[in-house]
Design a protein around this ligand. Structure first.
Ligand code: FES
Length: 250
């Protein structure tokens, strides 16, 4: 659920982070408005700030869940992103505490903390964007692979033994082909999560487990059954003709 595999079928973290980012931006704007017009109810600002803090807690949990599967340079950027966002959450939470319980004398400090939090939020957001758009974290690794539109010969049927994972190349798409109960099935061999080689995974019945982070996919329809992957695998049409195996995009 925290990856977004179920029920969203889409990464949860970038979706949920929009809520605190929006809420804390509104808090800043309301603080500015209150400074000039004195007609902004304090409760409205506190309520908006509280929505930001509450939703940020879910964002932290989903971010930490995605963080477990990062490595190398990606992990270093993710660490910087996570620590910056944790600092933002602390600043905004302190601001909320001051507004609710410290009285009018601490209002100025509370406003400064919120504004500071928004500044850090820009830095953390930049790092998060870098992770996704520059490094491809949680991006569907099959997004730019198309596969053949017409049937393409990928070898003799005898090469695809029962229960064995076989990797073949079909145009630009590496494909995992397995024979279960005599029937051939084929999905992209590139794990949608981070590009792990599914042909090196474990096949149990018609379910294959990725060797890198353990995502599980059903061979019959490519459906992701367990994360961290959130996107299903592209499925290919398989035919056996004259002892040869043919594949094309579904
Ligand atoms: S690459 Fe991460 S689960 Fe496959």
């Amino acid at each position: 659920v925290l990856h977004g595999t179920k029920p969203l079928g889409h990464p949860l973290h970038p979706a949920i982070t929009d809520v605190p980012i929006g809420a804390w931006t509104v808090v800043f704007l309301l603080d500015v408005a209150a400074h000039f017009w004195h007609t902004v109810p304090a409760q409205a600002v506190e309520f908006t700030l509280a929505i930001g803090v509450g939703s940020a807690l879910i964002a932290v949990l989903s971010g930490l869940t995605d963080y477990q599967d990062t490595f190398g340079h990606e992990r270093r950027i993710a660490t910087a992103h996570g620590l910056t966002m944790a600092a933002v959450l602390i600043l905004e939470s302190l601001s909320l505490v001051l507004r609710l319980w410290a009285g009018a004398s601490a209002h100025g400090a509370a406003v400064v903390l919120s504004a500071l939090g928004l500044l850090f939020l820009g830095v953390g957001g930049y790092l998060g964007g870098h992770l996704v758009f520059a490094m491809g974290t949680m991006v569907n690794r099959n997004a730019f692979l198309e596969g053949p539109t017409d049937f393409i010969d990928v070898g003799e049927g005898a090469a695809f033994a029962e229960g064995r994972c076989v990797r073949v190349q079909a145009a630009d798409l590496p494909v995992l082909v397995v024979r279960t109960q005599g029937r051939l099935q084929a999905i992209s061999a590139v794990c949608s999560h981070a590009g792990g080689p599914l042909d090196e995974g474990v096949l149990e019945g018609d379910v294959v487990t990725c060797p890198w982070h353990g995502s599980r996919f059903r061979m019959t329809d490519g459906q992701v059954l367990r994360g961290p992957a959130t996107f299903s695998q592209p499925v290919l049409v398989v035919e056996e003709r004259d002892g040869h195996v043919l594949l094309r995009r579904n």
